[in-house]
Write a protein that binds this ligand. Sequence first.
Ligand SMILES: NC(=O)C1=CN([C@@H]2O[C@H](COP(=O)(O)OP(=O)(O)OC[C@H]3O[C@@H](n4cnc5c(N)ncnc54)[C@H](O)[C@@H]3O)[C@@H](O)[C@H]2O)C=CC1
Ligand SMILES: O=C(CO)COP(=O)(O)O
Length: 421
Amino acid sequence: MASAPTLGGGPQKKHKVTIVGSGNWGSTIAKILAENTRANADLFEEEVQMWVFEEEVSIPKDSKYYDEAAGDKPQKLTEVINKHHENVKYLPGIALPSNIVANPDIRDAVKGSTILIFNLPHQFIGNVCKQINGHILPYARGISCIKGVNVTDDGVSLFSEWIGDGLGIYCGALSGANLAREIAAEKWSETTIAYDPPAMDYSRAPTPRTGSPNPTTGEIPEIQHTDARGRASKTKLTAVPSDYPPLDQDCFRTLFHRPYFHVQLVSDVAGVSLSGALKNVVALAAGFVDGRGWGDNAKAAIMRIGLMEMVKFGKEFFGETVQTATFTESSAGVADLITSCSGGRNFRCAKISVEKGISVQEVEKQELNGQKIQGTTTAEEVNSFLKARGLESEYPLFTAVNDILHGKRQVDEIPNLMSDS
Ligand SMILES: NC(=O)C1=CN([C@@H]2O[C@H](COP(=O)(O)OP(=O)(O)OC[C@H]3O[C@@H](n4cnc5c(N)ncnc54)[C@H](O)[C@@H]3O)[C@@H](O)[C@H]2O)C=CC1
Ligand SMILES: O=C(CO)COP(=O)(O)O
């Protein structure tokens, strides 16, 4: 284990960072993390592990990476990334720092890491967590960059909480107006990180939700989560050993903040996670109306109604744990809604689907080269949750998007369906 001297002369371990996922956003975040682990050698091990869902890629003849010896033979994506320091499939044209190690073995990638960054399409996270459960450090901490919600028959839960509960660790959330391709090109943007673990990790005062260790016994409080049906779950955390730098908000700010990627810290994990998930449904609606050529006023109307439904959903099902300001003031809320409804993949796929008269899923396959949009599944998941509670009519925009995706409604019906909003 790498160590560095402390003021007291004792060993000071460094945090090891693993990113679970390597798509368009996953690879962009890996770039940011690797730049910052290099710049902060007192806190972090320089090498960043990046778990890659292994697949084979063909390198075209006109590519600078074309290898005469290999010819057209497909090559493993991990090997291409480690050799050329570029994710040629999911983030082409962007140089990745050489301290990123692409690893196809998920258990090996997370081994010994104190910091786990979850960044993959939400439909794959369940299987990945199953594979790493029991193979991570008990005192690891996580951040979920996933934009989606976890819906089961029992209710809606946030991936940050679901990952935390499942793995027995604390997991915060990162979300913002963050089109990956712009950030990978180092164009300035803001993001929001919500990280609010019990005070044992904290250099600041504890919040009422997370409490602090019992001053007499030193016992660590459990983290309590309440799902959308009001059912509570508790995660008993293992404290981060004191020979590591504190794993607090400041540590995560240092890990993520770049001159071109400004981090705003909040404690509302639920609000940040929900905003990121629900705005994808709204972005599909914005794409539908743009595809019909209705212009910016219609798109603004969609954003206004969508934001209202996002806040209503958060307040109705997550109560006091979400703050309205997260939706209306943070990068994770209104700013992400605007960028996603302007140039996101959900928006673009929905727009093209209307223009070409084909399904959004078909456009996704044709246009995105393996990238996955999240709005289609989130629209279905949110709809099945609302339907089961007889609440579809209270969320006309969310409901209309799902109905259009399933051919039950037409885009032209949107104005009438929104008439009471
Ligand atoms: N791309 C963007 O601009 C942004 C994306 N996000 C969010 O980040 C999350 C990750 O998305 P991206 O990195 O964009 O992914 P992506 O859509 O670019 O790529 C798909 C990824 O899924 C992986 N994959 C395919 N099949 C798999 C399987 N069976 N098991 C596990 N992995 C599999 C692929 O290897 C690839 O890494 C999503 O929740 C997305 O909403 C958030 C902010 C920006
Ligand atoms: O979340 C995003 C921007 O913040 C990306 O949205 P898309 O997945 O629709 O591209």
